[in-house]
Ligand binder design. Structure first.
Ligand code: SAM
Ligand code: SF4
Ligand code: SF4
Length: 328
């Protein structure tokens, strides 16, 4: 994202804060629920929706433009197998919206031309092969390795996102992730595992102990204070998750500064809650005003999702995380 665009993002956050606009600054669009993996902690692939028709994709894109969304995070399921992935990237470029993609790297080569047009790829990586096999998929490590290689060859900007489970909440694995990020001159976002609604099988099997997470976060805080440049989380974000799983009260901007668009066009404030929320608005049928009017701030015990936590701090007038938020 260019510096001018970053300042526009900050300006819009403040305009929202003082009531000059009710429109969000960012959106995550789950363009498909389909995925080639069945990661043990994930609920997305359990929902079945066919990908939307192209005419509905166009309606959503127009509304995203009307809302003035600056950054669109394209996610899934596995977004790279979404029916309209490349079309959505092209339209983002045409509309001046910054597209970023969350991916396992599955089908990376097939989508390489579109991926070259994105601003950032966030690769999910939980550690070395033995960890990825336990938390994600037998193929996950090799597929990710190939995708990262292609990203480097094609000069595509990328970072890593690491979900903290019992298999990687120890200094050896945290160092592995930090060294991996360092070797590519990029950053890694650490996010504690969260029990989410809708799972057939619980992710309790992967749950780290409270002590392991707290020690791991302390380890990351110490590294960050010592000047480590490869940790994506802000210091405030890390301090927020250091008491996992109980979080200090922090006003959440879900549904205010960011929204989630589901594969059928339904809009929710957040899709990572421990309880199921029935959406009461859909971006295909409702106007953007109706949609934003109907969204409510969810009641939630809190989370450590990188990006959301930083936005929440900035909205609460703690501006320190802004540099981490706008770094990429
Ligand atoms: C739902 S996936 C979608 C994009 C893509 N399929 C991928 O895996 O990167 C987005 C991110 O959510 C994380 N995730 C999934 N289930 C989670 C959970 N229960 N708690 C925390 N993070 C989770 C994944 O590790 C991944 O980094
Ligand atoms: S690859 Fe992503 S969407 Fe697919 S199951 Fe794993 S975390 Fe979920
Ligand atoms: S704190 Fe906000 S962003 Fe995090 S899971 Fe809860 S509602 Fe979602």
């Amino acid at each position: 994202m260019k510096i001018l665009d970053k300042s526009k993002v900050f300006g819009k956050i403040m305009a929202n804060k003082v009531g000059l606009t009710q429109n969000p600054v960012a959106a995550r669009w789950v363009i498909t629920n389909r995925c080639g993996y069945h990661c043990s902690y994930c609920n997305t692939h359990e929902y079945e929706h066919k990908d939307m028709d192209k005419k509905d994709v166009d309606v959503i894109l127009e509304k995203i433009k009307t809302l003035g969304i600056k950054r669109l995070s394209i996610s899934g399921g596995e977004p790279l197998i979404g029916d309209h992935f490349s079309y959505i990237i092209d339209k983002c470029r045409e509309f001046g919206i910054s597209p970023i993609v969350n991916t396992s790297g599955f089908h990376f080569e097939k989508q390489i031309e579109s991926l070259k047009k994105t601003d950032l790829i966030q690769f999910s990586c939980d550690g070395p092969e033995e960890v990825m096999t336990k938390t994600r998929d037998d193929r996950a490590h090799k597929i990710l390795e190939d995708a990262v290689k292609l990203a480097v060859e094609n000069k595509i900007k990328f970072s890593f996102a690491c979900t903290m489970t019992k298999y990687n909440t120890n200094p050896e694995m945290l160092n592995y992730m930090l060294e991996l990020a360092k070797s590519y001159d990029t950053v890694v976002a650490f996010q504690p595992l969260k029990e989410m609604h809708g799972k057939n099988s619980s992710c309790q099997d992967l749950m780290p102990t409270i002590n392991n997470v707290r020690e791991s976060v302390k380890f990351l805080i110490d590294k960050k204070i010592a000047g480590n440049k490869n940790i994506r989380n802000s210091l405030e974000g890390l301090n927020h998750i250091k008491n996992w799983p109980s979080y200090e009260k922090l006003f959440c901007t879900a549904g205010k500064l960011f929204i989630i668009i589901m594969p059928d066009g339904a809009v929710v404030s957040c899709d990572r809650l421990s309880y199921e929320v029935e959406s009461n608005t859909n971006l295909i049928s409702d106007s953007t005003e109706e949609c934003m009017d109907k969204l409510e701030t969810p009641s939630c015990e809190g989370c450590g999702f990188c990006g959301a936590t930083e936005l929440n701090h900035v909205y609460s007038m703690n501006f320190s995380p802004i540099k981490d938020l706008l770094k990429l």
